[in-house]
Design a protein around this ligand. Structure first.
Ligand code: NDP
Ligand code: MG
Length: 385
């Protein structure tokens, strides 16, 4: 029998994290939750720890340490707190796979720790690749840490190139188009967070759901694809596909196109990132070819969704530009959710921040940390004007 893989989930209380625990629960002989972590939702983390009995849990918000420790006092589980502890626990010898299911730039330091420790990375936290893809790739090679995509599009691309020895001619990155796909510019100016949070096909965390509505998410996925598959941006084509059945596709030199299809369910790519190269049995829904009716495809509209163009521009500028865009986006994404800015302020603030923050061509990790802080301050100052 194969060894039971020990999994550390960074962000186990989130949308990806809880679905990863469902995958683990379906295959107790193959996977075990070794480490679980959260930001501040300690009650849910404690519930998960009671059920899965990991060796350790980490709560990033130190103010939640005591209640969490007390809630788990009767169990043989180490309890830690703080951002540094996240970086330390992933280095444990016992851990085989680190699922990066935290949201935002905060995922970068623990992902780097895990790579330095040579762990297999199941990458959900795309912000890591957006901010520092070049650095991450160099570290992954140096430390022989495989990176397996969890993002559904990148998992589809990965599945489409297995067995190929020839280069990719083009990546066809599909996008649902989000809840505002058919909205006019005038309509977009007045949309509310509630409307934006109702995604047609996927039930995800709040931040990425807003990113899907602005299509910043798709822009980030273009950047993520460039670094994961070493394909230049002019060979990455975004295609709007409202049904989210074709999860993405790859075209080769002879014109052949391979795609991966399925019901929109993140547990499929999560499970594959854990089990690769094997595929395991699952109880998840199967595609029904006769109730699907139609699969449609459209060109994305960067006039109505400028965030997509901003991401391509950030890639063109290179260096710390994608890091700036990510930081500004985190600031305005939250501001929009808190009704401190309008939907169209999102792309305007990001574009202005990208133009203002000092450009660095070959950033080090310290440069990324400084850029992130500078971009956040700048984006904040624009919002407070
Ligand atoms: P959620 O908001 O649902 O969950 C985020 C998780 O990270 C929670 O466990 C949260 O803890 C924890 N967390 C948040 N901030 C911090 C922090 N500063 N320090 C430590 N832990 C933190 O997000 P999702 O699951 O939707 O997304 C996670 C990542 O996966 C994102 O990068 C997203 O882009 C990516 N992704 C998500 C998809 C999806 O379907 N949801 C699809 C593809 C990619 P707490 O609960 O305590 O707040
Ligand atoms: Mg995706």
């Amino acid at each position: 029998m194969d060894k039971q893989k020990q999994i550390a989930i960074l962000g186990s209380t989130g949308s990806i994290g809880t679905q990863a625990l469902q995958v683990i629960a379906e295959h107790p002989d193959r996977f075990a939750a070794r480490i679980l972590t959260a930001h501040s939702r300690w009650q849910l983390l404690a519930e998960q720890a009671r059920r899965f009995v990991p060796a350790a849990v980490v709560i990033a918000d130190e103010g939640c340490y005591e209640p969490l420790r007390d809630a788990l006092a009767d169990l043989p589980i180490q309890v830690y707190a703080g951002a540094d502890a996240l970086c330390q626990v992933v280095e444990s010898d016992a851990v085989d796979i680190v699922l990066t299911a935290m949201v935002g730039f905060a995922g970068l330091p623990p992902t780097i720790s895990a790579i330095r420790a040579g762990k297999q990375i199941a990458l959900a936290n795309k912000e890591t690749m957006v901010v520092a893809g070049e650095l991450i790739n160099a570290l992954a090679i140096e430390h022989k840490a495989p990176i397996l995509p969890v993002d559904s599009e990148h998992s589809a691309i990965f599945q489409s190139i297995i067995g190929e020895v020839s280069p990719i001619e083009k990546i066809i990155l599909t996008a649902s188009g989000g809840p505002f796909r058919t909205f006019s510019r005038q309509q977009l100016a007045t949309v509310t967070p509630d409307q934006a949070l109702r995604h047609p096909n996927w039930d995800m965390g709040a931040k990425i759901t807003i990113d899907s509505a602005t299509m910043m998410n798709k822009g980030f996925e273009v950047i993520e694809a460039k670094w994961l598959f070493d394909v230049e941006p002019d060979r990455i084509q975004v295609v709007v596909h409202p049904q989210s059945v074709v999860h993405s596709a790859v075209q080769f030199a002879d014109g052949a196109v391979k795609a991966q299809l399925g019901v929109p369910d993140m547990r499929v790519p999560i499970q594959l990132a854990f089990s690769f190269p094997e595929r395991l049995q699952s109880s998840f829904d199967r595609l029904n070819w006769f109730t699907m009716h139609s699969l449609t495809f459209e060109q994305p509209d960067t006039e109505r969704f400028p965030c997509l163009a901003i991401a391509y521009e950030a890639l063109r500028r290179g260096g710390n530009a994608p890091c700036v865009v990510n930081a500004a986006n985190e600031v305005v994404n939250l501001a929009f959710r808190q009704q401190r800015c309008s939907f169209t302020d999102i792309h305007e603030t990001i574009a202005r921040t990208m133009d203002a923050v000092t450009h660095i061509n070959k950033p080090t990790l310290d440069d990324y940390l400084a850029t992130d802080a500078e971009a956040r301050r700048y984006a904040d100052s624009l919002l407070n004007k």
